[in-house]
Design a protein around this ligand. Sequence first.
Ligand SMILES: [Zn+2]
Length: 339
Amino acid sequence: MWKVTNKKNEIVLIQFEKEIIKPFFKILYEAISGIEQNKLTLLTKNIWEHCKTYKNMGEQQKKIFDYIMKNKYNNISFSDLVYSLINSLSSSDIIKYYKIYLYQNLKARKLNYDSILDSPVPRELQTVFSKFFYDKFLSAKKPVLKIWDYLIGDSYTRRDFHENFKLENELSICPYCDTDTINSKANSEIEHFLPRKYFPFLSMNPFNMFSTCSACNFGEDGKGTKKLTPITTPFNESIGYNLDFELNTNVEIIEIDSDVVPYQNYIKLLQLKERYEDKQIFRSVSRKIQIINDLYSDLELRYGHFTCESSIKETLDNHVKRTEKQETFTIVVRKLLFH
Ligand SMILES: [Zn+2]
């Protein structure tokens, strides 16, 4: 619900794209077109070593590529996948997938998520992006330090991603739902807004990656691998201020709604209607509202003769505003009391 940015992680992930992802596509293309033109043969598994892009790399980048090629996921090495892709795809296939990669990543960068279609990608490319680049190189408990040390001269793990995200946005609260903190180490997954399962090419795109609470990340209570269009995201705007909240004291629930389709879809995608209908959320929000109302009565009693009602309200609204992104439910409290 909070508008956020992801600039610190963007700097790191752009470096990954430039030094790893783009040369990877180039090597595939050069190897396949070399075979198609009878300039290369598929006799050796390390055919990639004979490609111009690899040959022209500096010593350090070559070392990193050698290291990546040897890396294994579920007993399959990266070079096995490269070999299998070279065997099964044509050079025009590679151009087609590279264009899809560029298109999807550009659209995400422009925060235009509606125009990104889930184009099918070969299983091997899916594994490269989702299982190696994201799972193995960024998200794994045992981080692949060598790659990041080469790219940014420092280590970079999932924890660093979250640290950058929280620091940059001065954020302790889930930017998707405003109902939970993101301080606990249990909230350790990186949330891909467009799920890796259907959009593997966006596995390492900073405009598709959020620090969120666990409930929002998983399908049971939150989003999981669902996708809806038209949609908006916390990179686009502070969504919460455009939603309608109502305190239904009869049945003791908070109702959340909108007349606008992208907001309706956002509510549906994250199951916010059901989640905000939780009795404990009603009690928490009511308590916060009670505290503000008590404060209002105190101020009115003390200063009522000298100040007007609107300035007391403004003072209290600012008081709540100062706790935004640090405490839960500040959006719903502000909307119910002051808007
Ligand atoms: Zn959340």
